[in-house]
Write a protein that binds this ligand. Structure first.
Ligand code: G3H
Ligand code: 13P
Ligand code: ZN
Length: 306
């Protein structure tokens, strides 16, 4: 069934597990995300970024996810990832998204708050949940490494959550988007997270949480990829984050690696094959495996019976 963020996250926060948010941009990845969650009876959040919307088309991707979600027996959230302005949020809500992220983290505090409040007012009237963000993730945009991130200030987070009335809050504690997260030893500011969790009672969100496991990277490289010097968030830090208040965990990079690696393997073993269904199916199988591994780590298996 299709549900909103607020139908599944408060229980996760209360009981100490996290629900996986997995990004998609096509049919096969969406099917794989929902299939893996179904196999483990887990709730799941299907994330669509603005770039994914440009790639797939807003109505097409929204209807695809809604229809797969509606015919599933587990709770599925159709969620806008990193919406940058009111206009994209409004379009997504109007086409049937059940949850939106308004990412005003690039704005000064006051403006981020003002924008988030406007989104909350529009969304809540239409029974849609809102994730907001405070603090900034470091990361790679269009291949260019951006300036270092800014950790979330716990006091600001408390004020923001109290005033914005959003349903979930993304915080910056040392992760970044993409496959190159840490220069040296992976480290998260669990101390900051603890302080935020003391002050903010709504579910907290960790972006940039892919594991970028060498098992998957080596598999991709074996079949022709050149993915080098990568670094993801190790499992023990994910567990530590969940233990200290993170209830939603965003994963995209791991799925991209698994999907393309599966396709590479199939093509290299079957050079005579040109049926896209067979080729994409192998990528889809690898995404199922990856999502399964992440859900087991996040502890939401078995929490999806409604
Ligand atoms: O948070 C960022 C996600 O990985 C989405 O990436 O904007 O390239 O679709 P994208
Ligand atoms: P990764 O790049 O670590 O998969 O993060 C994805 C994300 O935060 C999507 O919002
Ligand atoms: Zn993100």
């Amino acid at each position: 069934m299709i549900v909103k963020l607020n139908d599944i996250l408060p229980a996760a926060r209360k009981k100490g597990y996290a629900v996986g948010h997995f990004n998609t941009s096509n049919l096969e990845i969406t099917q794989a995300i929902i299939k893996a969650a179904e196999e483990l009876t887990s709730p799941v959040i299907v994330g669509v970024s603005e770039k994914a919307i440009i790639y797939a088309g807003l109505v097409t991707i929204a209807k695809t996810i809604r229809s797969l979600g509606q015919s599933s027996k587990i709770p599925v959230v159709l969620h806008l990832d990193h919406g940058r302005d009111f206009d994209i949020v409004r379009k997504c809500i109007d086409v049937g998204f059940t949850s939106v992220m308004i990412d005003g983290s690039y704005l000064p505090f006051k403006e981020n708050l003002k924008l988030t409040k406007r989104v909350v007012k529009y969304a809540h009237k239409r029974n849609v949940s809102v994730e907001a963000e405070i603090g900034r993730l470091a990361g790679i945009e269009d291949g260019v490494e951006s300036a270092s991130g800014i950790y979330t200030d716990p006091e600001e987070a408390e004020r923001f959550a109290d005033e914005a009335h959003c349903d979930a809050l993304a915080v910056a504690i040392g992760t970044s988007h993409g496959a190159y997260k840490f220069k040296g030893k992976p480290r998260l500011r669990i101390d900051i997270l603890k302080e935020i969790a003391k002050r903010v009672k709504i579910p907290l969100v960790l972006h940039g949480a892919s594991g970028v496991k060498s098992k998957w990277v080596n598999y991709a490289n074996k079949y022709g990829a050149k993915i080098e010097n990568v670094s993801g968030v190790p499992d023990h830090l994910i567990k530590e984050a969940i233990k200290n208040g993170i209830s939603k965990i965003n994963v995209d990079t791991d799925l991209r690696i698994a999907f393309t690696a599966g396709i590479r393997e199939f093509l290299s073993k079957n050079p005579e094959e040109f049926d896209p269904r067979k080729i994409l199916n192998h990528g889809r199988q690898m995404v199922i495996k990856t999502v399964r591994e992440r859900i087991l780590l996040f502890g939401s298996a078995g929490k999806g019976s409604y």
